[in-house]
Design a protein around this ligand. Structure first.
Ligand code: ATP
Length: 348
């Protein structure tokens, strides 16, 4: 298994820095998820790690060895793409065994290895089929099998679940996590899906505009977002963010009164929808009215107008107030997040 280090990695396409000065240490056996919105540079970063794209600047090290200029096949990595890239005219068995035939492994040994991998991925009954005779989930498993059969030092995956429907994706997430636990292999996994990241990652690297915003465990990035970007990217609905002015220990804005024992300044106050509670007492921090209630099944989201801002509250159904009702809301102090008004970086 392999540890991967990325130092100062940069990729410029003309004037655009698709990846900009990224430093990242991926430990041996880690499940590192590269997360971010479309166009933030995730795939470009992965392609540079894989050796498919030479960096404009910076280095890639695998187990301490500089491989920046090594070809993909010299890196002992296996890549799984969104498109699966299976050979349509070959059977499942031959697709899985392909990398071993390319290495001139004896036929018997290939068959044994393919059988092992097929058993692990529940593909044993499908070995004679062609890719077109498989479901999306089965094709995805074959692509994974072709990567697995090589026993690589690390697996690099670019949105491998994005062609699957929601139900199959949930099941495959669990399978991938179990596979990671069983193999103890290093996974580097690209997605824009926060649920995939939160459920599978040992750590998440969140990218924005080619730059790393935060690297941390799912709990760290959710509970202590380093910036308003991270705060809004993770969570459904995302964190509420309010521009407030702090004077003499009270942060205010229209409809907002929050006691904060800090020096005078402007700041952005953040609070997650699930951390807001309805209150009737003097401890109200936010006052406004409900504009709409959305039913999520077991929970509801009340969308509230607080001054000119929109604040969302999430709680078990029925949440109580309906459209048109006035509401007063509070949160515990440790659930309040404070950010710099211009840079959006976390303050405390
Ligand atoms: P997605 O989730 O949509 O695949 P991504 O985060 O993987 O997005 P990249 O594919 O890495 O993003 O692209 C990052 C930026 O670099 C984008 O603005 C993209 O348009 C640009 N880009 C990527 N490849 C090239 C290229 N070969 N030439 C020019 N620009 C490129």
């Amino acid at each position: 298994m392999s540890a991967i280090q990325v130092e100062k990695l940069t990729q410029r396409f003309g004037a655009v820095a698709a990846v900009d000065d990224v430093w990242l240490d991926i430990a041996d056996g880690e499940f590192m998820v590269l997360l971010g919105p479309s166009g933030c540079g995730k795939s470009t970063l992965l392609r540079m790690i894989a050796g498919l794209l030479p960096p404009t600047e910076g280095r890639v090290l695998i187990d301490g060895v500089d491989v920046t200029h090594a070809p993909p096949q010299g890196r002992d990595l296996a890549m799984v793409f969104q498109s699966y890239a299976l050979y349509p005219h070959l059977s499942v068995a031959r697709n899985i065994g392909f990398p071993l035939r390319a290495r001139d492994m004896p036929k018997r040994a290939i068959e044994a290895k393919v059988a092992d991998v097929a058993a692990a991925l529940d593909l044993a009954a499908l070995l004679d089929r062609r890719p077109r005779e498989l479901s999306g989930g089965q094709r995805q498993r074959v692509a994974l099998g072709r990567a697995l059969v090589r026993d690589p030092g690390a697996f690099l995956m670019d949105e491998p679940l994005s062609n699957l429907d929601a139900k199959l994706r949930a099941g495959t997430r669990a399978e991938l996590s179990a596979l990671h636990d069983r193999l103890g292999a290093t996974f580097v996994y690209v997605t824009h899906d926060q649920i995939e990241a939160m459920t599978m990652a040992t750590r998440i690297a969140l990218l924005n505009n080619g730059r790393l915003e935060q690297v941390g465990t799912p709990e760290q990035v959710y509970d202590e977002p380093a910036s308003t970007f991270v705060a809004e990217f993770l969570g459904t609905p995302p964190m509420n963010l309010l521009d407030v002015t702090l004077r003499s220990g009270v942060a205010t804005a229209p409809g907002v009164t929050v006691r904060l024992d800090l020096p005078d300044r402007d700041l952005i106050l953040g609070v997650r929808p699930e951390h807001l509670q309805l209150t009737t007492g003097d401890e109200a921090m936010l006052r406004g009215h409900v504009t709409r209630v959305e039913n999520l099944g077991s929970e509801e989201v009340a969308i509230c107008a607080v001054g000119a801002a929109t604040v969302r509250v999430r709680a078990r159904r029925p949440i109580g107030p309906r459209a048109g009702d006035t509401v007063a809301l509070r949160a515990d102090r440790f659930h309040l997040h404070l950010f710099h008004p211009e840079t959006g970086r976390r303050l405390v």
